[in-house]
Design a protein around this ligand. Sequence first.
Ligand code: HEC
Length: 278
Amino acid sequence: MKRFTTQPRTLLTTCLVGVTLLLVGCQQRMAHQPRYNPLGETDFFDDENSSRPLEPGVYARGWLLPGDPISTGLTAAGRKGGQKMKIKTNAPEEPEKEEEVVVPIGSPSDPALFVNEMPFKMSKKDIERGQVQYQVFCVPCHGPLGNGKGKIVERGFLPPPSYHTDPSDALPSTGLPAGYSRGFARYGQRIALKDVPHGYIFEVITRGYGGMPDFSSQITPTDRWRIVAYVRALQAQREPIDESSLTEAEKKAFEEQKKAEENKHNEHKKDDHKKGEK
Ligand code: HEC
């Protein structure tokens, strides 16, 4: 019986043909389709941008709808915009003149354009979260006390206004008394930052103001409100407490706190005295 043998050359040729056929098979046209890189350029659309904006009215699941009280610090009139107002131009080296302008949405031409209530009830936890966020995002410029003496300001950045009308630790301001809103002053209104509506502070964080950048992409709307609550807490700390407005329980807690602080103070004094005797 004749045995079936294969010549080495025949084997090599068969292998080569096989591999070539396999490689050709892998060359799919689908791998080389025309495409744009994200945010690439194109001359197909008028705005030359290959990435298309969302159609008006498209909202992803989980997004806040416009007008949701969490997403805005503006009242219905503030959101509508279109208010006209006469303001003085302050262009440098030009004679001052009055001009009628359409107020941009979110600008502080009138406190009534901003809401003055929080969109959700602030718990102690919310204010603590606001404190953490304030320390991350605002302290570099506004300082931990909110007096505008942040580290960046020490190195020459435009000094922000203090949140407090107490002039004792404020930086010299731009012709306004300590703690007054520059935004409202631009529209001819003198309002202390401690008296601006909550919604105004929310809008400043969302849109930025003058030399201050906006934080809409870094801080979620809910956290922006928590920061507002913390700024209000910082401001309240400087205000004298009207004891007549406290409930009985609050009065008791307040008295206890005052006593504890007095005791602590007296103990420190005693310690200092002892140190002096030695
Ligand atoms: C990079 C520095 C910087 C950071 C960070 C910053 N601010 Fe400001 N902020 C400023 C400056 C500067 C001004 C004053 C702008 C001007 O006068 O042009 C200002 C003004 C303000 C005002 C007053 C607007 C008015 O009407 O006078 C508020 C309120 C405010 N900031 C809140 C915040 C909060 C809250 C944060 C944190 C989320 C924050 N800022 C983070 C620099 C900063």
